[in-house]
Design a protein around this ligand. Structure first.
Ligand code: SF4
Ligand code: MSK
Length: 622
C-alpha cells in the first residue's frame, strides 16, 4: 500500500519507501498479511480458557450459541475483556514494582548510580502515606516509603494507599459498588481466578471486578510507578526538546532508548555523558553521543532530561531502518519482536535488559540495581565501537526535527498557574477554557498512523479545550507542531489567550503511559478544589489509536474514576449486545461516566464537545 495511506507523518512516509528499498518488512506489511482477521476474535466471541475448547459463538445465531461448558456470549465477552484488563493492570503495576525495588535498594545503599533526586517529593509522598518522618534520614524515609508501597501489591490493606487522593464522593461510590482496589496483585489474581472456567459467570459481576482491577492500576501500580520515578529521577519541569526521526545525527553515535521503565535509560543517559566515553566516541570519528527515545521510555527521558524523541510505536522499526542507529537498548512493553530482524539489515546492535523481556536476535544484558551503573557504561562503549560498522550507503535521516515544549508534571502545571488551581478554575468558569481532555495511547496499523491523535486534538483545541497527552499520542502531537507556543494560534480565542498569558502550548505533555495518573491526580485535585465529584467536571479522555491491553486498563480506570472516554479502535466486545449497552450507556448511571467508540476524529471531537457542554451546563456554567 502507498505510504500516503499508512501515515500522516513525513518521516514515516519517507522511511516506508526506504524500508521497501532495503527489503525491510514492517508492521503494516504484517497487518496486511493477517487480513481478513478472525471475525469471532474481533467480536470477542472466541474462548480458549480451557481445553474442552477452543469454542466460538456464531454471531448470526445459526451455529452454536454456547461454548462447550455452557458459557454464552455475555460470559465469554466479559471474561475476555476481564483478562485484557488484568494483563494491562499487571503490566503497569509490575513496572511500578521494579521501581519500588530500586527505591528499596537505594535506601539499603545497594544501588550505586541511583539516588533520591527529589527529596521534597519523597517527603511529601511519605507524609501522604502516613509515615512519621521526624528524626529520620533520607535513606530511612525512602526505606519506609518503599515498604508501604510494597504492601500495596499484596493483600494486607483494605485499599491501596493512593485511594486517599480520590474525592470523597467517588470513594463512597466505590465502596458502595465494592470496587475499591484492595491490593494490586490481589485484583489481578482474582480476575484470573474469576475468568477460569466455572467461577464467575455473572457478566455484570465480572465487569465490576474489571473496574476494580483497572483501578488497582490507575490508583495503584501506575501511580506508584510515576511517584517513585519522580522521587528517583526528579519531577519533570518544563523543558524544550525535539521530536521526529530528524533528531538522529549522522555525525554522532546514535543510541535509542525504547520501552517503558526509566530504570535502564536513566543509567544510559548518565553513562553517555561520562567524559571518557565521550572521548572514545571522538576517537572513533563521531562528533559525540546522541541519545533518542522511542515510545514511553522515550517519554520518560524526554520529560525529565529533554532527551529528544525519535518516534512512537509505529515508527520503531522505521527508526532502525534509517541505518544511523548504533544501538537500541530496550526494557519492556511495546517492543515488537520483529525489531532484531530489522536490525539485521543494518549494523544496529539490539540489547535487551530485563529478565522479564527477552527477544529473539537481541543480546541480553541483565540490569540489576547493583550492576546498572557499570553495565550502562559497558553498553554505551559497545555502541560507540559499533559506529565504525555503520554502512554509509544505507544511512538516511529523513527530515529536520520538530521543536517541542514538554515536562508538564502536575507540579509544573501548578507552578505555571502561580501555585494554585484558582486560575485554571477561573478560566474554566469564565469559559475561556471550556474543559480539558486527555488524548492518550498508542498507534495501531488499523488506523492511519497519527491521523486520529492529531485531528482529534486540533479540533479540541480549536474549541477552547485544553489537551493533556501521554504515550504515543504525545509524540504524534509533537511532530504535528502542537507542543510549541505558536500552536496557541490554532486554539480558540479563549484558550489561545490563556496559553499566551502563561507561555504554555495548548497541548501539555504530561508523560508516559503510567503517567496517565498525573491526569487522575490533576482531575482529583480540581474536583476537591471545587467540591464536586470528578464525574461532574468538564473533562474527557480519548485513545484514538490504541492497541494494547494496558490501554484497556487505562480506559477502564478513567471511566471508573468518572471520566467519559472515547475509543478510536473498537475493543473485542461487539459480540455481546448486553455488554455494549452496559459499557456505552448503562454504566453512566453506575459510575457517572461511560465509553464511546468513534474512529472518526471529527465525530469523536463532537462527542467530547457535547459532553463538556453538558457538564458545564450541569455546573451552571455558560
Ligand atoms: Fe469453551 Fe467454556 Fe472452555 Fe471457554 S471455558 S474454551 S467456552 S469450554
Ligand atoms: S508506548 S502502550 S504503544 S502509548 Fe506506552 Fe505507545 Fe501504547 Fe505502548
Amino acid at each position: 500500500m502507498h505510504p500516503d495511506f499508512l501515515t500522516i507523518t513525513e518521516d514515516g512516509r519517507l522511511m516506508l519507501k526506504k524500508a521497501v528499498a532495503d527489503g525491510v518488512e514492517t508492521v503494516w506489511d504484517r497487518y496486511q498479511a493477517q487480513l481478513p482477521q478472525c471475525g469471532f476474535c474481533e467480536l470477542g466471541l472466541s474462548c480458549r480458557n480451557c481445553v474442552m475448547g477452543p469454542c466460538r459463538i456464531d454471531p448470526f445465531g445459526e451455529g452454536p450459541q454456547r461454548g462447550i461448558c455452557g458459557a454464552d456470549v455475555d460470559i465469554i465477552v466479559a471474561r475476555n475483556l476481564g483478562r485484557m484488563i488484568a494483563s494491562g493492570s499487571a503490566s503497569h503495576s509490575d513496572h511500578g514494582r521494579d521501581l519500588v525495588e530500586v527505591l528499596r535498594s537505594v535506601a539499603d545503599g545497594k544501588a550505586p548510580g541511583y539516588g533520591i533526586s527529589d527529596e521534597e517529593k519523597l517527603i511529601r509522598v511519605a507524609k501522604e502515606l502516613g509515615i512519621r518522618i521526624d528524626g529520620l534520614d533520607v535513606s530511612e524515609v525512602a526505606r519506609r516509603v518503599s515498604e508501604v508501597l510494597e504492601e500495596d501489591f499484596g493483600t494486607k490493606k483494605r485499599e491501596v494507599s493512593f485511594v486517599t487522593r480520590v474525592p470523597k464522593a467517588r470513594r463512597e461510590l466505590w465502596e458502595k459498588l465494592n470496587i475499591t482496589p484492595r491490593g494490586i496483585d490481589r485484583e489481578v489474581v482474582e480476575m484470573m481466578h474469576r475468568t477460569h472456567m466455572g467461577v464467575d459467570n455473572d457478566w455484570v459481576n465480572l465487569l465490576l471486578h474489571g473496574l476494580r482491577t483497572a483501578l488497582a492500576d490507575g490508583w495503584g501500580g501506575s501511580m506508584i510507578a510515576t511517584e517513585v520515578s519522580d522521587i528517583l529521577f526528579g519531577v519533570p519541569k518544563p523543558i524544550q526538546s525535539e521530536v521526529s526521526l530528524g533528531v538522529l545525527k549522522e555525525s554522532h553515535v546514535n543510541i535509542i532508548l525504547h520501552g517503558h521503565n526509566p530504570l535502564v535509560s536513566e543509567m544510559i543517559v548518565q553513562a553517555s555523558q561520562d567524559p571518557d566515553i565521550v572521548a572514545m566516541a571522538k576517537e572513533v570519528g563521531a562528533s559525540g553521543i546522541n541519545l533518542a527515545g522511542l515510545c514511553c521510555t522515550g517519554n520518560e527521558v524526554l520529560m525529565r532530561r529533554g532527551i529528544p524523541m525519535a518516534g512512537n510505536h509505529l515508527m520503531t522499526e522505521l527508526t532502525i531502518a534509517t541505518g544511523a542507529v548504533e544501538m537500541v537498548v530496550v526494557d519492556y512493553q511495546c517492543i515488537m519482536p520483529s525489531l532484531a530482524t530489522v536490525a539485521n539489515c543494518y549494523h544496529t546492535k539490539m540489547i535487551s535488559t530485563s529478565n522479564k523481556a527477552k527477544f529473539p536476535g537481541m543480546v541480553h544484558r541483565e540490569f540489576r540495581p547493583d550492576n546498572a551503573k557499570e553495565l550502562a557504561r559497558e553498553i554505551v562503549k559497545e555502541a560507540v565501537e559499533n559506529f565504525k560498522n555503520r554502512i554509509p550507503g544505507k544511512v538516511f535521516i529523513p527530515i529536520r526535527p520538530v521543536k517541542v515544549f514538554t515536562g508538564f508534571s502536575v507540579e509544573a502545571i501548578l507552578e505555571a498557574l502561580g501555585g494554585s488551581l484558582d486560575p485554571l478554575v477561573d478560566a474554566i468558569k469564565s469559559g475561556a477554557i471550556k474543559g480539558a481532555v486527555g488524548v492518550v495511547g498508542c498507534n495501531n496499523p488499523k488506523i492511519k498512523h497519527d491521523f486520529g491523535h492529531v485531528n482529534l486534538t486540533k479540533e479540541l483545541i480549536k474549541n477552547d479545550i485544553l489537551v493533556v497527552d501521554t504515550g504515543c499520542a504525545a509524540v504524534a502531537h509533537g511532530k504535528a507542531g502542537l507542543k510549541q507556543l505558536e500552536a496557541a494560534n490554532l486554539a480558540g480565542e479563549g484558550l489561545r489567550k490563556i496559553c499566551q498569558a502563561l507561555s504554555i502550548p495548548p497541548v501539555l505533555h504530561v508523560g508516559s503511559c503510567v503517567d496517565n495518573v498525573r491526569i487522575l491526580v490533576l482531575a482529583a485535585a480540581l474536583a476537591n478544589h471545587i467540591g464536586v465529584d470528578i464525574s461532574m467536571l468538564p473533562l474527557a479522555a480519548a485513545a484514538p489509536e490504541w492497541y494494547s491491553e494496558k490501554a484497556v486498563s487505562i480506559a477502564c480506570y478513567a471511566v471508573a474514576s468518572g471520566i467519559f472516554t472515547v475509543l478510536g479502535v473498537t475493543p473485542p466486545v461487539l459480540g455481546s449486545k448486553n455488554i455494549v449497552k452496559l459499557l456505552t450507556e448503562d454504566i453512566e448511571r453506575i459510575v457517572g461516566a461511560r465509553f464511546a467508540i468513534e474512529p472518526d476524529p471529527q465525530k469523536a471531537a463532537r462527542l467530547i464537545i457535547d459532553h463538556i457542554r453538558a457538564r458545564r451546563e450541569a455546573l451552571g456554567l455558560s
